[in-house]
Design a protein around this ligand. Structure first.
Ligand code: LLP
Length: 444
């Protein structure tokens, strides 16, 4: 965040355009947050278009610089609206989807089917049918059941459908247990170690209407070093070389997934995208050279890093409860229904007052949500200026896995989403209404 008259960067969690305006209000994309709250209400999710586009460009350019045959596909599960898909497409990105619903929204947002990869650990026959009918670029097969489903679904096709295999490389990562996916005990992918991956590869190769084009792994999310990703790349390339020798497998595509960590607070120091690109690009090049494999097309699948830093959650402060010698609770008008991450992963966020500046004062408070759960705490014990009723509180780095995981718990309508750029604000998802809450009820 910077003061307009004294541009001092104070930390990474905020979107690139975040500033303190002359009277101390927070401004993003040239728009004052209090003006957005007045106009659209709170809780409100504000995305900065410049930051979104800058992330997309940083990924494309950093990977292209070290490994020209590379693609970047956005992992839609982090946050998805049709307007966002259009921006990603304009920036030259593809899309990774994990359900028929995400596929539908991706196509509706104008993403060409050929640029879509279809993931998931238990895709249904219906979803696989939808993916095949749409002509997605790749189906990433996770298990034997899917091979059987695809065998039946593709039987009457003309052209074979392109597929990749998701492998479990047996790599442990340094991140929260609930977002680790590549260790031996995981529900994702075919384990390489015990031969299941080889059996699956042979089975897919034997099917005339599937064309096996590559290998995939995703070891975890919110990673701060490339060690596990590089280990996964090595495991995939080892497997590719062995399968080439034993079964004439040709590795055309390789994807080490996503996982690129972001800063949620000033204390977080994730690697830059260029650093990630350098390490991943080198691992693929050197790994291929060492095994005499031709260099495949490399696909990375960032989700969080693409949308997290661009999004800010805006809340209004309400009730305050001081418990002497215990703590002070300050409640806001959102919470676990729009951001489950603190409850689910003990995720740590930071915050700032958005309607005024009061940098000197500092009180330790706990920011509580409005939902009927003791665990609905957005930020435990954070030092903030004294908060008053009606103040606006902004939480940065709130763009990923927040609304994407939102619910209507306590029948709270889900927040609106506004995209800001160059002094303009555009609603890209309207706030839900009470009427929306009963739209699926049948009562006759
Ligand atoms: N590719 C695959 C196959 C994935 O499973 C994921 C995320 C990604 C890419 C994108 O990962 P990212 O770049 O966003 O780390 N809800 C959790 C994160 C779950 C991630 C699941 N898979 C959270 O809020 O931290």
């Amino acid at each position: 965040m910077t003061q307009t008259d004294s541009p001092v960067t104070i930390g990474q969690p905020w979107p690139h355009t975040a500033r303190r305006a002359a009277r101390g209000e927070l401004e993003i994309g040239g728009v004052l947050l209090p003006a957005l709250a007045d106009r659209y209400g709170t809780p409100l999710y504000v995305y900065d278009e410049q930051t979104l586009r800058a992330s997309a460009r940083a990924f494309r350019q950093s990977f292209a610089a070290v490994y020209p045959r590379s693609r970047v596909v956005y992992a839609a599960k982090a946050f998805l609206t049709t307007a966002l898909v259009r921006i990603m497409r304009k920036e030259g990105l593809g899309l990774d989807v994990v359900s028929g619903g995400e596929l539908f929204v991706g196509l509706r947002g104008g993403m060409p089917a050929a640029e879509i990869a279809f993931h998931g650990n238990n895709k249904s026959a219906r979803e696989l049918g939808e993916a095949l009918a749409a002509g997605v670029g790749k189906i990433v097969i996770d298990n034997d059941y899917e091979i059987s489903l695809l065998e039946a679904l593709t039987a009457n096709r003309g052209q074979p459908a392109p597929a990749m295999i998701r492998l479990n490389p047996g790599v442990d990562v340094h991140t929260h247990k609930k977002i680790s996916t590549g260790m031996a005990d995981s529900k994702f992918g075919f384990p390489i170690a015990d031969g299941q991956a080889e059996t699956a590869l042979c089975r897919i190769q034997s099917l005339p209407k599937l064309r096996l084009v590559g290998l995939h792994a995703h070891v975890g999310s919110q990673l701060f070093d490339a060690e596990a990703t590089v280990a996964a790349i090595d495991a995939l390339l080892d497997f590719a070389a062995t399968m080439r020798d034993r079964h004439e497998f040709v590795l055309e595509h390789l994807s080490p997934g996503g996982g690129f960590g972001i800063a949620y607070t000033d204390a977080d120091k994730p690697p830059t995208i260029a650093t990630w690109a350098g390490l991943i690009g080198a691992a693929v090049k050197e790994g291929c050279a060492a095994r005499s494999l031709p260099e495949p097309m490399l696909t990375v699948e960032p989700g969080r890093a693409m949308v997290g830093p661009a999004g800010v959650a805006l809340y209004t402060v309400g009730a305050k409860k001081e418990l002497p010698d215990v703590r002070t609770y300050v409640s806001v008008d959102g919470g676990m229904a729009d951001n489950i991450r603190p409850s689910l992963y003990d995720a740590r966020y930071s915050a700032a007052i958005a309607n005024r500046d009061d940098p000197a004062a500092s009180n330790e408070v706990t920011i509580a949500g409005r939902y009927c759960e003791s665990g609905d705490l957005l930020i435990e014990r954070i030092a903030l200026p004294e908060l008053r009723e009606g103040d606006l509180l902004a939480i940065p780095a709130a763009g990923a896995y927040t609304l994407a995981m939102a619910s209507n718990y306590n029948f709270a309508p889900r927040p609106a989403v506004v995209l800001v750029n160059d002094g303009q604000a555009r609603v890209i998802r309207r706030r839900e209404t009470y009427e929306d809450l009963v739209q699926f009820d049948i009562d006759e």
